[in-house]
Design a protein around this ligand. Structure first.
Ligand code: DCP
Ligand code: MG
Length: 368
């Protein structure tokens, strides 16, 4: 029987920060199914079940072979009954009836549409659904709704924003952002984080971390031009603040959830032949792109970089590991040793892994 050498299921850690997970996923069939189940539980605000499926997905993303029979998952962590049932169904039927039920569920379908709008989360979706709204068409037609500024622009640029961001677009935006930042702060470091730093070829947004070595004069950076829409969140970090206990807490950096207008040269010959029929001004030669800009003080840069590189599941497991295995508290700002009652400084991601007693995991191996 062909067996993958040096793989022992019982030695797979329950923490994704002790595993190396690349984008090479042999079990997409299963992990896509789990992610739908997790999302449905998230819509029902059942965090426990949602996490159960996300953890299972993350373990299967790490497996160096495709699962073809139940024996293949024997001894692996995070394989609860709900998870095993779905794996069994997919092995036997090629698909899962439970997942199909979710995909056909009216509430799931509505929440999926609603949350695809920038600025709309589970809470707003819940409200709209209770009002009897089911589709985005119904939402836009409902003139009595009080939409936030964020939701208004989310609907205005909807088509652009739901179409994914490519690597080429990420590079182009990177140049624009760097140029803009450097006119105000010539020495600032601008680093691409999020999925693109992990090697993903597409994303739903582009994440940048900005830090300025030397004296702090970055406070005004986000208040200057360039953006189509920008929701600036002021920094709420207070000095010597202990890392938050909540593993999904937002950080306190100054940040901006922006929509950037990326001009694109038109390359298709088709539109050129017909362009004479249109007023040139009406031809849209740009795309609205979601960009997150995070400003971190230089001393916190390594922690911010680790946190904003993700994946979300990798970050959750790092914090859970720190807390439960090391009695330390980690967030995007700092690492605090509860026993020694000290903050552990780090100038690089490598140092943070070392503080935690973990082997270093490269960004492209954090696709948990
Ligand atoms: N993150 C964080 N704190 C937040 C928001 C995000 O630490 N308040 C982290 C977790 C994510 C990373 O930042 O992995 C980037 O967030 P995204 O939602 O942009 O996720 P990705 O970039 O990984 O995926 P996508 O391709 O969907 O953009
Ligand atoms: Mg991203």
């Amino acid at each position: 029987e062909p067996e993958v050498p040096s793989f022992t299921a019982s030695r797979v850690s329950q923490y994704s920060c002790q595993r190396k997970t690349t984008l090479n996923n042999f079990n997409k069939k299963f992990t896509d199914a789990f992610e739908i189940m997790a999302e449905n539980y998230e819509f029902k605000e059942n965090e426990i079940f949602s996490l159960e499926f996300l953890r299972a997905a993350s373990v299967l993303k790490f497996l160096p072979f495709p699962v073809v029979r139940m024996k293949d998952i024997q001894g692996l962590p995070c394989m609860g009954d709900q998870v095993r049932d779905i794996i069994e169904e997919i092995i036997e039927e090629g698909e899962s009836s439970r997942v199909k039920d979710v995909l056909n569920d009216e509430r799931y379908k509505s929440f999926k549409q609603f949350t695809s709008v920038f600025g709309v989360g589970v809470k707003t979706s819940e409200k709209w659904y209770r009002m009897g709204l089911r589709t985005l068409e119904e939402v836009t037609a409902e003139k009595t709704l009080k939409l936030s500024k964020m939701q208004k622009v989310g609907l205005l640029y909807y088509e652009d924003l739901v179409s994914c961001v490519s690597e080429a677009e990420a590079d182009a935006v990177g140049l624009v952002v760097k140029k803009a930042v450097h006119t105000f702060l010539p020495d600032a470091l601008v680093t691409l984080t999020g999925g693109f730093r992990r090697g993903k070829k597409i994303g739903h947004d582009i994440d940048f971390l900005i830090t300025n070595p030397g004296p702090r004069e970055d406070d005004d950076l986000l208040h200057k031009g360039l953006l189509l829409y920008c929701d600036i969140i002021e920094s709420t970090f207070v000095k010597e603040q202990r890392p938050s206990r909540n593993i999904d807490a937002m950080d306190n950096f100054q940040k901006c959830f922006a929509i950037l207008k990326l001009y694109q040269p038109r390359v298709d010959s088709e539109s050129q032949s017909t362009s004479e029929e249109f007023d040139m001004a009406e031809v849209k030669d740009w795309k609205a792109i979601r960009v997150d800009l995070v400003i971190s003080p230089f001393e916190q840069y390594a922690y911010a970089l680790l946190g904003w590189t993700g994946s979300k599941q990798f970050g959750r497991d790092l914090r859970r590991y720190a807390n439960h295995e090391k009695k330390m508290m980690l967030d995007n700002h700092a690492l605090y040793d509860r026993r020694k009652r000290i903050f552990l400084k780090a100038g690089s991601e490598e140092e943070i892994f070392a503080h935690l007693g973990l082997d270093y995991v490269e960004p492209w191996e954090r696709n948990a």
